[in-house]
Design a protein. Structure first.
Ligand code: ZN
Length: 304
């Protein structure tokens, strides 16, 4: 593919290319933050020299709505289907090997810095989600020491029909779920600070209620376990079809959280949700809206 044609395609999708060098570095003296906040014009993009590498900025505002995040998948499924691409999908390229991918997506908020997805336990990095202050090297760059560069794979013909529906963190959770499913390992966001699941409900959880909740979770096949030694246990979520990714976290004195879309809350709220008690009279937390996995009429241009 002609580089000028590629640059125009990226620009049409609201992706801004800048020249790089030595594989993936920005040119010396480049202020990446400034560039992302005030991206170059199409004329400037087309006039630049990409012979030492091409980089796509992350954290830019997108003309179709939302903000761009660049997803660098180091260890994913060998084959991705378009339908697996997150909502707000813009562009996908194959990395230096079949399980490596670069995927550009819009989110409703502007991510600062990076969210790292790692395998729970081993800590192996499987994907990075990059926002403002970061960027991703791209086709036709050939990284030093790598046998080949990147290969453009697919992009939507009509990106405006696929608006972003979630925040960068929601995207990270969805991607963690997808990678957990396809890799058969539990992938989660590294250093993810535990949500304040209590909300304003500071009541002490009675031991009897904690026991009731614990045995109900056991009877529903949650298989709770506590590898970290903290009060938090992970298991299979009782509220959605979840049999291998341990999407559910619970602390019997603090609360619970589903890393998919079932929400989070206090133990009083969990007891209610499990049908053990009546309505929790002081539950003031906000419930996460389930994400909408409605099919969209997006058409794709795919190259293999
Ligand atoms: Zn769930």
């Amino acid at each position: 593919m002609e580089i000028q044609q590629h640059l125009r395609m990226l620009h049409r999708l609201g992706l801004y290319a800048v020249p790089g060098w030595d594989g993936g570095k920005l040119l010396p003296g480049t202020n990446q933050r400034e560039l992302s906040l005030q991206p170059p014009s199409l004329d400037q993009i087309l006039a630049a020299d990409y012979s030492d590498g091409l980089i796509i900025l992350a954290g830019t505002e997108n003309p179709f709505g939302g903000f761009v995040v660049a997803i660098d998948v180091d260890n994913g499924p060998e084959y991705w289907h378009d339908r697996q691409m997150p909502k707000g999908f813009l562009y996908d390229e194959l990395g230096t090997q079949n399980h490596k991918r670069h995927i550009f997506v819009r989110t409703t908020d502007r991510l600062e810095g990076c969210l790292n997805l790692v395998v729970r336990g081993t800590g192996e990095l499987v994907a990075e989600i990059k926002g403002l202050n970061l960027s991703l090297r791209s086709w036709p760059t050939i990284p030093p020491g790598k046998p080949r560069g990147y290969l453009p794979m697919s992009w939507p013909i009509n990106p405006a029909k696929d608006p972003p529906v979630g925040t960068a963190k929601q995207l990270a959770h969805e991607l963690a779920e997808l990678l957990s499913r396809t890799l058969g390992e539990s992938v989660w966001i590294k250093d993810f600070d535990r949500p304040r699941v209590q909300g304003n409900d500071h009541r002490v959880v009675p031991t009897s209620l904690a026991h009731q909740v614990d045995s109900e979770l056991e009877s529903r096949g949650c298989k709770l376990r506590n590898p970290s030694g903290s009060g938090w246990q992970s298991g299979f979520c009782p509220f959605h079809d979840n049999t291998n990714t341990r999407a559910f976290s619970v602390n019997l004195t603090l609360g619970w959280k589903c890393f998919s879309t079932c929400g989070s809350g206090s133990i009083f709220d969990l007891a209610h949700k499990l049908g053990l008690t009546g309505s929790p009279n002081r539950s003031t937390r906000k419930r996460n809206k389930p994400s909408q996995h409605k099919p969209v009429n997006v058409t794709w241009e795919v190259r293999f």
